[in-house]
Write a protein that binds this ligand. Sequence first.
Ligand SMILES: *[C@@H]1O[C@H](CO)[C@@H](O)[C@H](O)[C@H]1NC(C)=O
Ligand SMILES: *[C@@H]1O[C@H](CO)[C@@H](O)[C@H](O)[C@H]1NC(C)=O
Ligand SMILES: *[C@@H]1O[C@H](CO)[C@@H](O)[C@H](O)[C@H]1NC(C)=O
Ligand SMILES: *[C@@H]1O[C@H](CO)[C@@H](O)[C@H](O)[C@H]1NC(C)=O
Ligand SMILES: *[C@@H]1O[C@H](CO)[C@@H](O)[C@H](O)[C@H]1NC(C)=O
Ligand SMILES: *[C@@H]1O[C@H](CO)[C@@H](O)[C@H](O)[C@H]1NC(C)=O
Ligand SMILES: *[C@@H]1O[C@H](CO)[C@@H](O)[C@H](O)[C@H]1NC(C)=O
Ligand SMILES: *[C@@H]1O[C@H](CO)[C@@H](O)[C@H](O)[C@H]1NC(C)=O
Ligand SMILES: *[C@@H]1O[C@H](CO)[C@@H](O)[C@H](O)[C@H]1NC(C)=O
Ligand SMILES: *[C@@H]1O[C@H](CO)[C@@H](O)[C@H](O)[C@H]1NC(C)=O
Ligand SMILES: *[C@@H]1O[C@H](CO)[C@@H](O)[C@H](O)[C@H]1NC(C)=O
Ligand SMILES: *[C@@H]1O[C@H](CO)[C@@H](O)[C@H](O)[C@H]1NC(C)=O
Ligand SMILES: [Cu+2]
Length: 554
Amino acid sequence: MVSRFLALILLAAFSCPTHVESIIRHYKFDLVKKNTTKLCASKPIITVNGKFPGPTLYAREGDTVIVRVVNHVRDNVTIHWHGVRQLRTGWSDGPAYITQCPIKTGQSYIYNFTLTGQRGTLLWHAHINWQRATVHGAIVILPKRGVVYPYTKPDKEAIIILGEWWKSDVETVVNQAMQSGTPPNVSDAHTINGLPGPATNCSSKGYTLHVESGKKYLLRIINAALNEELFFKIAGHKFTIVEVDASYTKPFKTDTIFIGPGQTTNAILKADQQIGKYIIAISPFMDTIVATDNQISTGILRYKGTPKFPPTTLTTIPPRNATPITTNFLDSLKSLNSKEYPTKVPLTIDHSLLFAIGVGVNPCSTCVNGTRVVADINNVSFVMPTTALLQAHYYNISGVFTYDFPGKPPNSYNYTGTPPVNMQTINGTKVYKLAYNDTVQIVLQGTSIIAPESHPTHLHGFNFYAVGKGLGNYDPKNDPKSFNLVDPVERNTISVPTAGWTAIRFRADNPGVWFLHCHLEVHTTWGLKMAFLVENGKGPNESILPPPSDLPKC
Ligand SMILES: *[C@@H]1O[C@H](CO)[C@@H](O)[C@H](O)[C@H]1NC(C)=O
Ligand SMILES: *[C@@H]1O[C@H](CO)[C@@H](O)[C@H](O)[C@H]1NC(C)=O
Ligand SMILES: *[C@@H]1O[C@H](CO)[C@@H](O)[C@H](O)[C@H]1NC(C)=O
Ligand SMILES: *[C@@H]1O[C@H](CO)[C@@H](O)[C@H](O)[C@H]1NC(C)=O
Ligand SMILES: *[C@@H]1O[C@H](CO)[C@@H](O)[C@H](O)[C@H]1NC(C)=O
Ligand SMILES: *[C@@H]1O[C@H](CO)[C@@H](O)[C@H](O)[C@H]1NC(C)=O
Ligand SMILES: *[C@@H]1O[C@H](CO)[C@@H](O)[C@H](O)[C@H]1NC(C)=O
Ligand SMILES: *[C@@H]1O[C@H](CO)[C@@H](O)[C@H](O)[C@H]1NC(C)=O
Ligand SMILES: *[C@@H]1O[C@H](CO)[C@@H](O)[C@H](O)[C@H]1NC(C)=O
Ligand SMILES: *[C@@H]1O[C@H](CO)[C@@H](O)[C@H](O)[C@H]1NC(C)=O
Ligand SMILES: *[C@@H]1O[C@H](CO)[C@@H](O)[C@H](O)[C@H]1NC(C)=O
Ligand SMILES: *[C@@H]1O[C@H](CO)[C@@H](O)[C@H](O)[C@H]1NC(C)=O
Ligand SMILES: [Cu+2]
């Protein structure tokens, strides 16, 4: 028996010399309320393991991650592993009422997924109501053992999580807005690794990044804010961008990073300036009339050997409406497209979709002025079901959703011109059905109803290629001529420019039900969301796995 066991080990070790072990990483997430004092006001917030931001999940490409989530708070909970492909494991994706029912108070659920073909930085966050304001953290996927980065290995690395902070309870903020039908209050401060910094009248000193002269640092930057696209700068220093959304990019230099909620950016910073202190600053981007939290949060980059009271080098803050900075940044992003990491843009398209995304106004007798601001895709404001869509799909439960999500707007109009007089939408829980391995192009077309606005749109279950973008209305005749089908950036969340459009492509090689929504939580709440239903394929590895036995029930 022992010798047979040994023989098996030897066989495994020698028959496959390039084999690299993948291991199982176990984590436990306890959802608990915790009084936090490092913020402006001491008040209890929902946290994972008492931490804000929550714990970092470390793994290597190929590893399986098991996270046991235990809910000790009064609120329902779910956790989403943002950007993780979840190949065949949609049960572990996390959006409430899309792939699972919530984990109720006192209950637990095991998320179980494998990190296939991805390496870099992602984030995890709560995916129910506005809980992700405080329930979020980093996911670091290292390359497989023995595999190097496609860029010079940095000496050290640091995780930098950008967020928002409200003096009030966030669920109170959103509930108040839903009752009045008006936009919710903006946050009271921005945070860097949970610290707002001195700019916001807090006792907090803010975050400090300690560096040593001459060394290179890999900064894993995450935007975990609910409602704000952000600029990130460090005085006197430039960044080399090497990866976004856990996909390698062609390296390029910039002094300002533009990052939307749900997006991640790996940037290399060389500590090549004089010893001293340099301001780190985050500020909002908004190039239309919508309100933002204009608090600038700051931290400090501090060189080793800096004297006690050194001068601090300041940085200029981009104007709130600095559209050209965002355009430069987005236009510089190209996928690496190397031999090891090739770009695989679908060249033929089975489903060519046009999604008009934006807001609308519906009647509401109990609301301020008798109307409610809503949001929609192709005039459908998505209504959350009370049974998760994936369960309804898997168990053939009828009446939960319909298959008639429209592939184009029901009426065409000048999407970026004078808005239609009738700004009403329809309610629906509709999905768009795809066969396994179908190829999809979606042109996300922003609308100017009430006001045009940038929408950082997130697709679950897939990475997509951003093949084109432009201002005004998408022109199906001429715009495809300038599509980049060679090295477009690959990501899971993309900004749709204000009064413009973005075209994305992906292959539906992951069976399940996959959410697509604006990652500005205010717009998701208002209904700017839908789901793709990808059917099983024929092969043995082309079907969704059976649900785990502890899957929560509604
Ligand atoms: C949190 O702090 C507030 C004020 O400092 C206090 O009233 C409250 O009881 C504390 N809550 C918890 C859960 O510790
Ligand atoms: C995780 O999923 C795998 C594959 O379905 C299964 O074999 C394993 O038992 C699961 N582990 C846990 C802890 O649920
Ligand atoms: C939202 O802002 C309004 C106006 O400043 C204020 O009256 C209200 O109390 C705020 N709501 C919450 C939940 O903080
Ligand atoms: C900070 O405090 C000063 C003085 O009390 C006040 O004028 C200012 O409005 C405060 N700023 C914020 C962001 O609360
Ligand atoms: C309600 O109507 C008043 C008067 O027309 C207007 O000033 C206000 O902006 C409206 N509020 C909303 C939330 O639409
Ligand atoms: C759902 O229906 C499909 C097609 O009719 C069938 O193959 C499948 O077994 C059914 N699933 C369940 C869980 O009943
Ligand atoms: C749409 O409206 C914009 C802004 O008013 C205008 O510049 C553009 O020419 C219009 N496009 C069409 C096709 O009418
Ligand atoms: C959206 O649907 C409503 C209800 O059917 C309709 O009145 C409205 O004209 C539609 N709007 C657009 C832009 O298609
Ligand atoms: C649309 O759905 C919302 C809830 O999401 C509900 O408040 C509203 O009454 C519905 N409107 C219609 C016309 O059914
Ligand atoms: C998916 O489609 C592509 C061509 O579009 C084909 O090369 C590939 O083999 C297909 N994969 C599967 C698993 O069917
Ligand atoms: C299915 O997946 C397993 C494990 O990833 C792999 O060993 C096997 O070759 C795959 N089978 C097919 C037909 O692709
Ligand atoms: C929690 O989720 C369950 C299942 O969907 C639901 O019945 C219940 O109302 C939710 N509780 C709260 C407080 O939202
Ligand atoms: Cu949006």
